[in-house]
Every structure is written in structure tokens, then in C-alpha cells.
Design a protein around this ligand. Structure first.
Ligand code: BEZ
Length: 221
């Protein structure tokens, strides 16, 4: 097959289910090897387009204000932008001074774009120099479990970030799936039967809230 110029420019981007690529980077807490930082934890790796910009300031403030909740969920945060460490330090200090919100998590200074490119955060048709607003949810086995991408001009939704993190953890813990708009405390979906005998048992099970054998919900106790 002939490889066209367009095809040769396609970036291989990490996908759901892939092992999270490892890297070393300079951050606001010093040099970090990602696999050491992530070890045995859930990690949210997120990028923002630029320091000292308005939407990004609201977003990183959102992560900072919710850090106690991420801590309670055993989840570490690590940010990234294609800015220098000096810009990061100045911005963290400026936001703290002006608003009292301190970005108490490492932010990668990805000035050589190494990590942005590794994670497909640099999406040239949106910007050739700034990372898009990406969010990677990485589990304790370093597997990528969920990815969000937002453009430069739309901020993310912190409630949704926390909701999907809780959904992923609930799914792992209880072997269930989560329906449309699920929030913690609501009924969960039990996996559909895979054999005729499982289907018969499901049809006879009166403990579940059922639409039919393939869509059944239960409460988590
Ligand atoms: C912002 O965070 O406000 C922003 C950053 C880069 C481009 C557009 C908006």
C-alpha cells in the first residue's frame, strides 16, 4: 500500500485498554518518573493549553479544590502543559496569591512536547503549540481506562470527572456496569447472561429490577 503524506502524519495515540506509556519529566515537584508516581494508585493525567490563561485557571483551580476528594478516592493528580517550569511556578504562585487556591499536585513542564506527543495531547488541527484539554484515567495496573478530550475553548466538567472515576472504581469493585447518567447510590447494571442456563436463572430472579433478561439492575449494599 502506498503511504500518503496524510497517512504518515497520523499520530499513534494511546487508547482505552492500552498500557499507559511511561516517561520521565520535569514537574513542579521536581523530576518524576511517571510509573513511580503512579505506582499502586489510580492517576488522572490531564493537560491544559497554557499557564496564565482564564479557562485553564478555572480548571486547575477545580482540580485543586477537589483534591481532598481525589485523595479519598486513592487517586493522584498530575497536570501538564507545554510551558516552562518557570511559567508553572509563576502561575501557581499567582493563583494562590490572587485566589487562595494552591495547585497542590505536580504539573509537568513539557516544553519539548515529549509527553504531549506520547499521549496524543497535541492535536495539530486544534493547535500546533498547545496541548488540548485531555484527561487520562489510569488504573493501578497502569492501564488507560477512560480518555476525555476537550478543545481549547471549552472547559471540562469536574462533576463528570469525579463521576466517571467513581463509576470505574465501582465497576471494578462490584463487577457491574453503570447506566446512563449514573451517580453513586443509584442502581447498577448486572452483567447480562452468557448462556441459556444463566438466562433462565436471570428470568426467574425476582430480586432484580428488570426490563428483560439482558437489562437488569440492582442496588449495591
Ligand atoms: C484558556 O484557558 O482560557 C485558553 C487557553 C488557550 C486557548 C484558549 C483559551
Amino acid at each position: 500500500m502506498e503511504v500518503t503524506q496524510e497517512m504518515s502524519q497520523v499520530t499513534v495515540m494511546p487508547r482505552i485498554g492500552d498500557k499507559a506509556p511511561d516517561f520521565t519529566a520535569n514537574t513542579t515537584i521536581g523530576p518524576v518518573r511517571f510509573s513511580d508516581y503512579a505506582k499502586d494508585h489510580w492517576v488522572i493525567l490531564f493537560s491544559h493549553p497554557a499557564d496564565f490563561t482564564p479557562v485553564c485557571t478555572t480548571e486547575l483551580s477545580g482540580f485543586a479544590k477537589n483534591k481532598p476528594e481525589f485523595d479519598a478516592l486513592g487517586t493522584k493528580l498530575i497536570g501538564l502543559s507545554i510551558d516552562s517550569i518557570h511559567a508553572h511556578l509563576g502561575w501557581v504562585n499567582n493563583v494562590d496569591k490572587n485566589t487562595g487556591v494552591y495547585f497542590d499536585f505536580p504539573i509537568i513542564a513539557d516544553i519539548d512536547m515529549k509527553v504531549s506527543k506520547l499521549y496524543g495531547m497535541l492535536q495539530p488541527n486544534e493547535s500546533e503549540t498547545a496541548a488540548v484539554r485531555a484527561v487520562f484515567f489510569i488504573d493501578p495496573k497502569m492501564k488507560i481506562r477512560l480518555i476525555m478530550y476537550y478543545p481549547l475553548n471549552v472547559g471540562r466538567n469536574m462533576d463528570e470527572i469525579i463521576r466517571v472515576l467513581k463509576a470505574l472504581k465501582t465497576s471494578d469493585e462490584h463487577g457491574v456496569a453503570l447506566p446512563l447518567n449514573w451517580t453513586p447510590g443509584e442502581k447498577v447494571i448486572v452483567p447480562p447472561p452468557k448462556t441459556l442456563s444463566e438466562m433462565k436463572a436471570r428470568i426467574e430472579d425476582v430480586s432484580l429490577e428488570k426490563v428483560d433478561f439482558y437489562l437488569a439492575k440492582k442496588n449495591l449494599n
